[in-house]
Write a protein that binds this ligand. Sequence first.
Ligand SMILES: *Cc1c(COP(=O)(O)O)cnc(C)c1O
Length: 435
Amino acid sequence: MGPIGQALDLLEKVIRLTNEGNYWRASTTLNLIASENVMSKTALKAYLSDFMFRYAEGKPFKRYYQGTKYLDELEVFTAKIIGDMLGTNMVELRPISGTIANAAVFRVLAAPGEKAAIAPVQAGAHVSHTKFGTLGALGIIQVPLPYDDENMNVDVDKAVKVVEKEKPKFVVLGGSVYLFPHPVEELADAIHSVGGKLVYDAAHVLGLIMGGVWRNPLEKGADAMTASTHKTFPGPQGGLIAFTDEKLFKDVGKTVFPWFVSNHHLHRIPATAVTALEMMEYGREYAKAIVENARKLAESLAEEGFDVVGENLGYTRSHQVLVDVRRLGGGAKCAALLESAGIIVNKNLLPWDPPEAVKDPSGLRIGVQEVTRLGMGKSEMKEIATLMRKVLIDGKEPSKVYEEVKELRSQFKTVKYSFDEVRAHEKITTLLDLL
Ligand SMILES: *Cc1c(COP(=O)(O)O)cnc(C)c1O
């Protein structure tokens, strides 16, 4: 067989895996990964443009490349509408992910060998906040912020003392696993009193903030807010940073390029703009439905016999639900069993786990933002809890439960809280034809 024959055989494999994988994940599973979402068809249409092949190094209207005049306008416009929703006119859209957004801000705020106060990983910090990730790559030393397991939150009094004693260059609040808003005001006061800055990592909750159901940290003293654009904000994979501190905005702007991106994956920008406009129109309704669904799922799981974290705290105020599955064989086993039934979640450390339990932690992290965007409501949350009970508590054959999962999933095929819904409207149909 000649080289082209070999390549074509391999191509067949790529296409098969892509089609099957796409169909499996997108149409036959209940995706409850808390850091994911789906874009609307309208946003997807904007995503698939010539911008994906282009470069635009530097800032809008001050690029190092020619040919960027439409992108310049689009990038400024997108930053403006996102800023309007967040109450600031300082938004940086070039970080290509939340991790890169963190890297740019952390690098400006601290030099190698300097300190940052951040909650430990078992308490929900992201890998980029740790010595194993971006923070470590930048040589910044993590001072752990004390955490209170009872309240599932940063221990405010102890954390303020740590900040006053250690005088870190910055504090990071926000995380990958959290049920309740972190105490921004108190820690902003503490870090400002020692001359440092407060960074709020809103990767998970950007959509909830825009929808008005989660406190906007920029109104509570945060100097910068980093985020991903594909979690509760249901856009293309990417990152952004919003600021209240003008000097920091300018300094980070000089850092993103050339230190952390050269090209910033330009086709993200129009898709992010479409998603932001969808959030402007439907964000309140969407965010409210997300937190109601999370609460309902938590309550239903508890009724089905699961150990849901935070019972005495009302379970959750975010899009997440945490379940302690030690009694049922641990996080690794439970997550794998659920996957066999088409229910996709991830195993997760809980605050009482030792960090080295990462391969088999006590918990499952569940997010409802994607199923909510597909239109699921309270009765479906109850149904999901029952399906999980069948697999994990009743010990029913996962492949049998998968049949029920597929049936449930097949009833939710369109992306709600989006312009896709108003396709019947003459204006959107005409506009889409223009894309
Ligand atoms: C997901 C996440 C990130 C990283 O975002 P990417 O876009 O995946 O790079 C950063 N911080 C937190 C708290 C996250 O949960």
